[in-house]
Each structure stands twice: as structure tokens, then as C-alpha cells.
Design a protein around this ligand. Structure first.
Ligand code: PLP
Length: 354
């Protein structure tokens, strides 16, 4: 199936206004966006148009009932200046999993994928090349019925826009084990990148910030004894620089593409990686015994967010200095260098945009 995309380019690029040396995450937008609407059961003609405001009505269904989902991915530049995408089809498939959970239509994979590639091609000059930087891509879909009433919308919009970004968490973060609030529980939509999952995290995170933390470690809804994830990252814990633990995909946590990449790379490098249920008490016991040599979150935005300290029941368990983190330093460099085409890509994850 050939996808034909109507392209209307901006008459006036804003790229000269972007200071690529100092980019604030998520505040600068490239010249164009991709858009396709779903009307009366059909996907309409897709377009690439100048990035800018869209018109919506006050009764827009997504605003009231939360049928809104998103993805996060990045484009990079290879050493010879070619735009590269990292495992893009995994994001395409994951968006559709989120769509199914939220009672939304799936977008044909080809339509998403071709639109994404074309957009990156059109805005490729916006891909920053400074170390640690990338063009962050934000595909999202939301319900557009003008209708008050709880039922699945009949109309939707799917849009992709781009933000040039530098690294996301410049320094290691302090995280607090959350024992009051819950992000997701069995049967809910924790595995979906659904807007509401992030809305409900705002207050708990604000409270953690008041206590001096950057982020929360979510725990399970029934007992608060089991570690789930943190912010928009999946969690990894390293014991004695050898054994790597990460929570198993139980439906409550997001199935991170960075998570999967990190697991595969660590295994290939000879580490023992266990995907399993992890209890808060075993992590705290390991920290007390000095065996917790590294801990980090993984996600597209940060790639690796090192954890400086874990707060639990009023005590902070401090981890080794950032420079001593054998596993997280290796994994960050390896992932980023694969993404930017600087080293061999053993799993064929990187795709050049032609
Ligand atoms: C997006 C996200 C992640 C990380 O997923 P990646 O595919 O690695 O970017 C982890 N947890 C949550 C809650 C997320 O939203």
C-alpha cells in the first residue's frame, strides 16, 4: 500500500531561532507536523503542514473523558549526516496497543511509519548533533468528537510533532518509594501510554518534590511491596556490578523499548539479567549491605537516568558516585552510540531515513 502524503511546507523556517547549544527539553518545536484524521470509520488523507495551533471545540471528547494516547521516540544523525530512527516499528505497535486498551481505532502501521519517516526527512535539519542530543518525536492520538457523554469517540486525530532536545536528566536523580499513591493496578491501563496515567502522577510527584526528591518509585497497588517503575522510565537495579534486576512486565508497567534494548545488550555483554518480581525490601537490604552498586531508569527521553539515592521510610539510601557506575555508564554509551550510528548495531535496531 503506497501512502500519499500532502506536503505543505512552511514559507518561513524558524530554525535560525533555535539555539542548538542550549535547548530546553520539550519547549522548541520544529517547522512541521504530520497529521491524519479518522472520520466516520476511515483514515483520511494524511498531510505534513507547518507546526502550529490546532482548532478544537470546548466539547472535544478527549478533554473530558481522556481518550488520548501518545508515544515518544527519537531521530538521530549518523556520522555522515543521515537521519536515523531507533526501533520505530516498536513504537508503532505500542501505540496501537494503547489504542486498543482505550477503545480507540488502531492506525494502520504503514500510515504511521510512512508519515513518521517523511516528517523526519522534511525536518532533518532540526536533528541536533551535539553529544547527547536528538530530535524527540511525539506521535499522539486523541478523540475529537464534539460530544458530551461517556462513549468511544467516532472521530480522532493522529499527529506527530518534533522537538530538538539535549539530554533529559543531566544529573543523577533522587527517588522516593511511593507508599500512598498508586499509578496502576491489575486490570488497569498501566501498560498503555495513555494521557490519564500521567495526569494522576502529577500530585504524587509534586509531594515527593516537596520532600526533596526528583521522582517516585511506584509500587504495586495491593501491598506497596513490589517495585514497578519511575516517572517515564523502567527501573533496573544492579547487585555487585554483576546481577541485573528489572521488574517483569505485569501489565502495570510500560513496556519500554529502551528497557528491552538494555536487557538484550546486557545479556549479550555477559551480564545475568533477571526480569522478575522485585520487592522493595530486597532492594533496601541490598543497599544496606553495600551490594546495590547501580540503579537507573531507562526511557527514550533520558536513555539512562541514574539514581543517586532511594528514599524509603524516611531514610535515604545513597548509591555510588555517577563515575563509578560501571553498568549504567556502559549501557548509556552503548545505546547512544548505536542510535547515532557510531558503533555496530548488533540487533539491527537502527533504520536510516531515506
Ligand atoms: C514511555 C515510558 C517508559 C519508557 O519507554 P521507552 O519505550 O523506553 O521510551 C517507561 N515508563 C513509562 C511510564 C513511560 O511512559
Amino acid at each position: 500500500m503506497a501512502i500519499s502524503i500532502k506536503i505543505s511546507k512552511t514559507p518561513q523556517s524558524r530554525i535560525h531561532l533555535c539555539d542548538f547549544e542550549n535547548i530546553e527539553f520539550g519547549k522548541i518545536f520544529s517547522d512541521h507536523m504530520f497529521r491524519v484524521d479518522y472520520v466516520d470509520g476511515k483514515w483520511m488523507e494524511p498531510s505534513i503542514e507547518p507546526y502550529g495551533p490546532i482548532s478544537i471545540s470546548p466539547s472535544l471528547s478527549a478533554l473530558h473523558y481522556g481518550q488520548a494516547i501518545f508515544e515518544g521516540m527519537k531521530a538521530f544523525k549518523s556520522p555522515n549526516g543521515k537521519p536515523l530512527l531507533f526501533r520505530p516499528m516498536d513504537n508503532v505497535r505500542r501505540l496501537n496497543k494503547s489504542a486498543v486498551r482505550m477503545g480507540m481505532p488502531e492506525i494502520p502501521e504503514e500510515l504511521f511509519y510512512e508519515g513518521l519517516k517523511k516528517l523526519v526527512e522534511v525536518d532533518q535539519d532540526w536533528i541536533p548533533t551535539k553529544d547527547g542530543s536528538a530530535l524527540y518525536l511525539r506521535p499522539f492520538m486523541f478523540a475529537t468528537d464534539d460530544f458530551v457523554g461517556v462513549r468511544p469517540s467516532l472521530n480522532y486525530s493522529f499527529i506527530i510533532f518534533c522537538c530538538p532536545v539535549n539530554s533529559y536528566y543531566p544529573k543523577p536523580i533522587k527517588v522516593k518509594v511511593e507508599k500512598k499513591y498508586v499509578r496502576a493496578s491489575t486490570g488497569m491501563a498501566g501498560y498503555a501510554k495513555a494521557a490519564g496515567n500521567y495526569g494522576i502522577s502529577m500530585l504524587p510527584t509534586m509531594e515527593a518534590k516537596k520532600d526533596g526528591y526528583d521522582q517516585i518509585i511506584w509500587t504495586d497497588g495491593k501491598t506497596h511491596e513490589h517495585v514497578e517503575e519511575s516517572g517515564t522510565t523502567n527501573l533496573f537495579f544492579v547487585l555487585n556490578d554483576k546481577l541485573v534486576l528489572t521488574p517483569i512486565l505485569d501489565g502495570n508497567i510500560l513496556e519500554g523499548i529502551t528497557r528491552d534494548s538494555v536487557i538484550k545488550l546486557l545479556k549479550k555483554e555477559g551480564y545475568e539479567v533477571q526480569e522478575r518480581d522485585i520487592s522493595v525490601s530486597e532492594i533496601i537490604a541490598a543497599a544496606k549491605a553495600g551490594e546495590l552498586t547501580d540503579a537507573f531508569g531507562t526511557g527514550t527521553a533520558a536513555i539512562i537516568a541514574k539514581i543517586a539515592a532511594i528514599g524509603f521510610e524516611g531514610h535515604d539510601y545513597v548509591l555510588p558516585e555517577a563515575e563509578q557506575r560501571k553498568v549504567s555508564n556502559w549501557v548509556y554509551n552503548t545505546v547512544y552510540q548505536i542510535q547515532t550510528g557510531k558503533i555496530e548495531d548488533p540487533f539491527n535496531w537502527v533504520e536510516e531515513v531515506k
